[in-house]
Design a protein around this ligand. Structure first.
Ligand SMILES: Cc1cc2nc3c(=O)[nH]c(=O)nc-3n(C[C@H](O)[C@H](O)[C@H](O)COP(=O)(O)OP(=O)(O)OC[C@H]3O[C@@H](n4cnc5c(N)ncnc54)[C@H](O)[C@@H]3O)c2cc1C
Length: 432
């Protein structure tokens, strides 16, 4: 019987399932962590070998050197506020649909169903917005893309680089009216891990309808005053937005949610993500899209995220140019983009704690998260949270406002002493 590719290298791109004319391959969740892998129905399989022959793991596809890099944000304020980064992918999608084309991307129907869908109306484009930090279910979407291409429609497909590779391998030829947008990707956890984490959180809510529970992976601050903070990332809290149920507990706080913390720590990705051949500067798509980390000096004005748009083909460059009137954008050196983004250099490294997670998860998921994330949380407190608090406190001491308030309101001194104590504690300053 055929082995499609090495299990630990399989990306779950589903090209084998899409290409099989005998419906002999299905993509199924495996136990215990739920990473999807192909399963071959031996009765239906005719041993033609097509699946193994087109698999991009067995036959790597060519990658392109980026031609240019742009920092970009959407001119539409709503787009910017409802996208995870600068809203550049919404702009690309909007342009294609306006020209009569179709767009394929990841939609969350609810926390149990995150999958690639076909969108061809402006009203439905908002369903694509926001990064869903989980492996999207591809289903038979490559077949739909091919049908649209044969019908002569312009198609924009956005996905992780391994999904783009899957689509390219499926189509086996280039189409002038197909635009491939690959996301810079940290790695993908399985939907089973997300589902079980949300179900654990839902125990605290008297939920009416679980089909109306959605996950916000990355929320922007909406308060007008907060919007002017310099940390344009504004992310990481996994917010479970409950529709039709009343909240018993307070919202999950930053770093309290296991799944998203483990995502940031890199403990729960598919095995192949730690070896990803696409996590480098050369790219698989026509345009690469990411957060523009490491943006130096002045660029497009945004405290709500700045997208990186990095075309690697002439077709991609034309597409970005066509978006000119919808974006505030500026050309930046490709090196600046690559140097600022770890995933444009190397795949995520496999933390030692992953073994702990794999070992404990089947018996006790909460214990698995707790033990495997301890070091990450401690490091995060030490390297990020403490310096941030100290910086704020220093700014406060230096401001005239504090001194004037201390003069006017003597009781405020207790608060001041409290802050001084916290400052000393966070900095490990021990009085002699
Ligand atoms: C799993 C994952 C990991 C990522 N890791 C990084 C990283 O390490 N560094 C970095 O700079 N950027 C990363 N990104 C990309 C980043 O989160 C933003 O999506 C990107 O900057 C574009 O932002 P935007 O504001 O233009 O649009 P957004 O509103 O964020 O993007 C929406 C687009 O992303 C697609 N999309 C959303 N979720 C998925 C998914 N699960 N699978 C496939 N496509 C999806 C949608 O179809 C849509 O086209 C990652 C994205 C994903 C999905």
């Amino acid at each position: 019987m055929i082995t499609i590719c090495e299990k630990d290298n399989c990306t779950g791109c589903a090209v084998c399932m899409n290409i099989c004319a005998h419906n002999a391959i299905s993509i199924e969740e495996t136990m215990p962590l739920g990473y999807v892998l192909p399963r071959i129905d031996t009765n239906a399989c005719v041993d033609c070998g097509l699946c193994a022959n087109i698999c991009p793991v067995n036959h790597p596809l060519g990658l392109f050197e980026p031609l240019k890099a742009f920092s970009a944000i959407s001119r539409n304020y709503d787009d910017l506020m409802t996208s995870s980064s600068g809203g550049a992918s919404s702009v690309l999608a909007h342009l294609i649909v306006k020209r009569g084309g179709v767009v394929y991307g990841c939609v969350q129907r609810n926390y149990k169903d995150v999958a690639h869908r076909r969108i061809d109306s402006i009203e439905d484009l908002s369903k694509l917005k926001g990064s869903k930090y989980v492996q999207s279910n591809i289903g038979y979407i490559y077949c739909d893309v091919k049908k649209d291409l044969i019908d002569g429609r312009e198609v924009l497909f956005t996905g992780t680089p391994c999904q783009i590779a899957g689509l390219k391998a499926f189509l086996r030829k280039d189409y002038d009216h197909l635009y491939l947008v690959d996301l810079v990707c940290h790695g993908v956890p399985s939907q089973k891990l997300l589902r079980e984490d949300v179900e654990y959180l839902l125990k605290d809510y008297p939920i009416v309808d679980k089909n109306k529970v959605y996950v916000e992976f990355r929320r922007k601050k909406q308060h007008p005053q907060e919007r002017f903070e310099p940390d344009f990332g504004n992310f990481i809290s996994l917010n479970v937005s409950i529709r039709g149920g009343r909240r018993k507990k307070k919202k999950q706080k930053f770093l309290n949610d296991n799944y998203i913390t483990a995502f940031m720590a890199g403990t729960i990705f598919r095995e192949n993500c730690y070896n990803c051949p696409y996590a480098q500067r050369k790219r698989i798509g026509d345009v690469t899209i990411a957060d523009f980390w490491g943006l130096e000096g002045k660029s497009v004005p945004s405290t709500e995220g700045v997208s990186l748009l990095m075309p690697s083909t002439e077709k991609g460059l034309k597409l970005v140019d066509a978006c000119e009137s919808y974006l505030y954008y500026e050309e930046r050196p490709v090196e600046e983009a690559v140097n600022g983004n770890g995933q444009l250099q190397n795949p995520s490294s496999r933390p030692e704690e992953r073994e702990i997670f794999v070992k404990y998860y089947p018996r006790n998921p909460q214990k698995a998260y707790k033990l495997s994330l301890k070091k990450y949380k401690d490091d995060y407190q030490r390297k990020v949270v403490r310096p941030r608090i100290c910086k704020r406190y220093e700014q406060m001491i230096q401001s005239d406002f504090l001194l004037r308030t201390l003069d006017k309101v003597p009781r405020f001194r207790w608060f001041f002493l409290g802050c001084a104590y916290a400052y000393a504690k966070f900095n490990n300053i021990v009085p002699e």
